[in-house]
Design a protein around this ligand. Structure first.
Ligand code: GSH
Length: 202
């Protein structure tokens, strides 16, 4: 049984739930109440000194970083549909995972944190920076989806789970990146039970 430290409004935790659900792996969620600062408690810092969710426990393995967790689960369970074995295909998955983490995530965080989570105290300059970055990134995502149903081919992989987790997060702030291919892909993602099960209650 995996234990996943989790918060329902965390896009990073959500992508791990999607994969656990997709692969039908047994897991238990441990709620880290970030709204009340539980991620900063000494007890949680002993588990993850980065004060972040997700953290996965697998016996004596304590693993943080959502993408590392996704890869670990795929390696351990041979989930080659979700994390292809072919080097070129896998490289594309890695490319989108890194793009998501290094390019899209900072924009999403700027926008959602400041438009939504910080309420009146939101940093307007950070929102503007996030929106400017999103304007640059949205066409890149849309072009990547122009010729295929999912980011790296005809089937979804962990790259799709990771990017879709960020798009859902943007949606919380009522923002969606423009692009017809992106919209169609996001709809397709919405048909996946595993993705839907990772979302917080409406
Ligand atoms: N690189 C980390 C980022 C995790 C992350 O930023 N988690 C957020 C919630 S979505 C968090 O716990 N933030 C609290 C903090 O940084 O103090 C990952 O991919 O797991």
């Amino acid at each position: 049984m995996y234990i996943l430290y989790h918060f329902p409004y965390s896009q990073h935790a959500r992508r791990v739930v999607s994969l656990l659900e997709a692969a039908k792996l047994p897991y238990e969620l441990r709620h880290v109440d970030m709204a009340s600062g539980a991620h900063l408690s000494a007890a949680y810092l002993a588990i993850n000194p980065n004060h972040q969710v997700p953290t996965l426990l697998d016996g004596d393995l304590v693993l943080h970083e959502s993408n590392a967790i996704l890869r670990y689960l795929c390696h351990k369970h041979g989930l080659t549909d979700w994390y292809p074995a072919d080097p070129k295909h896998r490289a594309r998955v890695e490319q989108w995972l890194d793009w998501n983490q290094c390019r899209l995530s900072p924009a999403v965080i700027d926008i959602v944190r400041n438009k939504l989570f910080r309420g009146d105290k939101g940093d307007l300059a950070a929102i503007a920076r996030g929106e400017a970055n999103l304007r640059e990134l949205a066409p890149i995502l849309d072009a990547g989806l122009a010729a295929q149903d999912f980011l790296t081919g005809p089937k979804p992989t962990i790259a799709d789970l990771a990017v879709a987790s960020n798009l859902f997060q943007l949606g919380l702030a009522k923002v969606s990146p423009p692009g017809a291919h992106t919209a169609a892909w996001y709809q397709r993602m919405g048909t996946l039970d595993a993705f839907r099960k990772s979302l917080p209650p409406a």
